[in-house]
Design a protein around this ligand. Structure first.
Ligand code: ARG
Length: 251
């Protein structure tokens, strides 16, 4: 009986919150709620109390352009899209590759950058997909890196970690043969561990987008317009240059 009651309460709660905030509602409130992970440098990183990174700065700029204040929410990467479906925030910016699978669950903005998944290993370690044969690879859970490494024939074991930085640590500690992650993150990693790690080849390319709740077309339109404006007025190019020394937009 008690259980049935609880279930009903849960359902009622879901019913009252099941509607994503429309663009009009967001605009009226004056504040947009944005979610990210905060553990994926140089894209989104919580440093002490400060949230930084290319995506954090970009989203702050887009919100400013839309005349909105921002309320940031951070949560584990693999629960970000679920929280969107539960209306815990208005959109997610956390380096999600736009995949057909994810596009079934959420709607993606136009890509806010283009990148790829790359191999990094210790000096003398595997550098190409073919080299991964018989090797152990570390990746962050719930990512396109996991999906793509699984497709490489002959990989001995794929170890998943809640955070990408944990997967990197496993490589440094010698607990895996290689790490597969974002190519820009990989470059930073190799630079930071000079002489110890080497950058391998690119396994796949991907376009990265912001995610809104499925069907929230009004918000999507505003986000795309704000992104287009920042890409045409030089704001985006400047920010991208600061983080990457190059313009990372999709071409
Ligand atoms: N680009 C990869 C993907 O789409 C990794 C994203 C990881 N993002 C993060 N905030 N940890 O799955």
């Amino acid at each position: 009986m008690k259980k049935a009651l609880l279930t009903l309460t849960a359902l009622a709660l879901l019913a009252t919150t099941a509607q994503a905030r429309s663009w009009e509602d967001i605009k009226k409130s004056g504040t947009i709620k944005i979610a990210t992970e905060g553990a994926f440098p140089p894209f989104n990183l919580l440093k002490g109390k400060e949230l930084t990174g290319f995506e954090v700065d970009l989203a702050n700029q887009l919100a400013k352009q839309l005349g909105l204040k921002v309320q940031w929410v951070t949560q584990p990467f693999d629960s970000l899209l679920i929280g969107l479906q539960q209306d815990r925030y208005d959109f997610v910016i956390a380096s999600h590759g736009i995949t057909p699978e994810r596009a079934k669950a959420v709607d993606f903005s136009n890509p806010h950058y283009c990148t790829g998944g790359a191999i990094v290993s210790r000096v003398g370690g595997p550098k190409t997909a073919a080299d991964l044969k018989g090797k152990t690879v570390a990746v962050q859970v719930g990512t396109t890196y996991l999906d793509n490494v699984r497709k490489v024939p002959g990989v001995k074991d794929v170890k998943t970690f809640p955070k990408d930085t944990d997967a990197q640590a496993a490589l440094m500690a010698g607990r895996v043969d290689a790490w597969v992650g974002d190519k820009f993150t990989g470059l930073d990693l190799v630079k930071a561990q000079k002489g110890k790690l080497v950058a391998g080849s690119l396994l796949f390319n991907e376009s990265i987008g912001m995610a809104v709740k499925k069907g929230n077309a009004g918000l999507l339109k505003e986000l795309n317009a704000a992104l287009a404006k920042s890409q045409s007025d030089g704001t985006y190019a400047k920010l991208s240059g600061q983080y990457f020394g190059t313009d990372v937009r999709c071409r």
